[in-house]
Design a protein around this ligand. Structure first.
Ligand SMILES: *Cc1c(COP(=O)(O)O)cnc(C)c1O
Length: 416
């Protein structure tokens, strides 16, 4: 009989999962956390990821928690969901989204998913026909790129323009697209840039998409986070020009990322998505994948239906954005091209030539974590090397402490 250990097992690492990860957001955060100095007595300040839900100032209203408790205790929501969500949840999302639009969305156009990230997985998977490609913004949210590369959907990156308020480089979009391009993505308000796109620019994006015969995916998960002079307008306002798919959810706007509830909404007034077969494929994919938790869906009408006290939290975020921007301007080796108007992030450029012993953005952030117990995301995790992305949605005092740690770090490492 052949000896057991002599033959290799028939499974192993999956190559498709090896290449997609290294600069991913979670991977980079892991590297930074392992750079922390365990003997440091100061608490870690984490400005690397965007999740203020654990801070007392951002705790959700009790009424929202009660809505879920009520849904759970009613025993009406213990069953499987339906594909695309239970009817009351789809209706509530449709009504919520229609409030700020110049027309009404129907519940059939709403697909409830387990967070916006599942929405990304679903859309990318459906778009990944052999040979197809997608246009993604740089900088951007890394989940799109990593999912696309796993699904073998070719990614082509267009730049956002820091000196034009992070607008889309539409000439680059036109140059990149061909007849295999299925979609372009915008994230508005923007993670990681903190800008909000103007009406005029959104219209130009729609016109470009129409010219190229592509759909626009609009990640609007930060639509409630708007605190500057530019009002938020949904891409859906321009669906007459080119089809739009909107992504949103509770994670950011309600500070509830752990509840895993998001939505995909199709805006297709000319039935282009429908006639192309895309909607059928979307439904087929949704039949195959998992659904959002039913009792969270059961609470959606109450969560979205009532006025919460979000504006108080928004005011706090605005204040933090202002402090962060003003303080960054005072640090010689950093350059912040524009004041944040939305989301909870800003991007700052690193002037490496003013620093003594710092190789690049990752080196900067690793040393910062080690020496100051401060975590800031290196720009590479959002596609822009030698920049930093700073999350400012934290308690004001933590933000002030973080800024003073950053200043002493920079002072120590500046060329003398
Ligand atoms: C956080 C985030 C998501 C993911 O949202 P979840 O609902 O937590 O899955 C998607 N897009 C952007 C731009 C985000 O910042």
């Amino acid at each position: 009989m052949e000896e057991k250990g002599s033959k290799q097992w028939n499974f192993g690492a999956n190559k498709a999962l090896e290449r997609s990860s290294k600069d991913g957001l979670r991977e980079v955060l892991h590297i930074l956390r392992s750079s922390l100095d365990p003997s440091e007595s100061r608490p870690v300040i984490a400005l690397g990821h965007g999740d203020p839900s654990s801070f007392p100032s951002f705790r959700i209203d009790e009424a929202t928690e009660n809505a879920v408790a009520k849904a759970l205790l009613s025993a009406k929501f213990n069953s499987y969901s339906y594909t695309s969500g239970i009817p009351i949840a789809r209706k509530a999302v449709a009504e919520y989204i229609s409030r700020d639009l110049s027309y009404k969305v129907s519940p059939e156009e709403v697909h409830v998913v387990a967070g916006c990230k599942q929405g990304i997985e679903v859309l990318i998977s459906v778009l990944a026909r052999p040979g197809a490609n997608i246009l993604l913004p740089r900088p951007g949210f890394s989940a799109y790129g990593s999912r696309a590369s796993f699904s073998q959907l070719e990614v082509r990156y267009f730049n956002l323009l820091p000196d034009k308020g992070w607008e889309v480089d539409l000439d680059a979009v036109k140059a990149l697209a061909d007849d295999k391009t299925a979609a372009m993505l915008i994230i508005n308000p923007c993670n990681p840039c903190g800008n909000v796109l103007s009406r005029q620019h959104l219209r130009k994006i729609a016109e470009t998409a129409r010219e190229l015969r592509i759909m626009v995916i609009a990640d609007e998960v930060y639509e409630r986070f708007v605190f500057g002079s530019e009002a938020f307008v949904s891409m859906a306002e321009y669906a007459e020009i080119a089809p739009v798919i909107k992504l949103g959810g509770l994670s950011k706007g309600w500070f509830l990322p752990g509840w895993r509830l998001g939505w995909i909404v199709t805006f297709d007034p000319h039935h282009i998505l429908k006639q192309s077969g895309f909607v059928r494929s979307l439904n087929n994919y949704l039949n195959m994948t998992t659904d959002a938790v039913t009792f969270i869906q059961g609470a959606i009408p109450e969560i979205l239906g009532k006025e919460d006290r979000f504006y108080m939290k928004l005011e706090l975020i605005r204040e933090c954005g202002e402090i962060c921007y003003e303080e960054m301007k005072k640090i010689p080796c950093l350059n912040c091209p524009s004041k944040p108007q939305g989301s909870m992030f800003l991007m700052v450029r690193l002037k490496l030539w003013l620093l003594e012993d710092i190789r690049d953005d990752l080196d900067f952030c690793c040393k910062l974590a080690k020496e100051e117990s401060l975590i800031i995301l290196p720009g590479r995790a959002v596609g822009l090397k030698n920049w930093l992305r700073i999350t400012f949605a934290v308690e004001v005092q933590s933000l002030r402490d973080a800024i003073s740690r950053l200043k002493s770090f920079v002072h120590r490492h500046s060329l003398k």
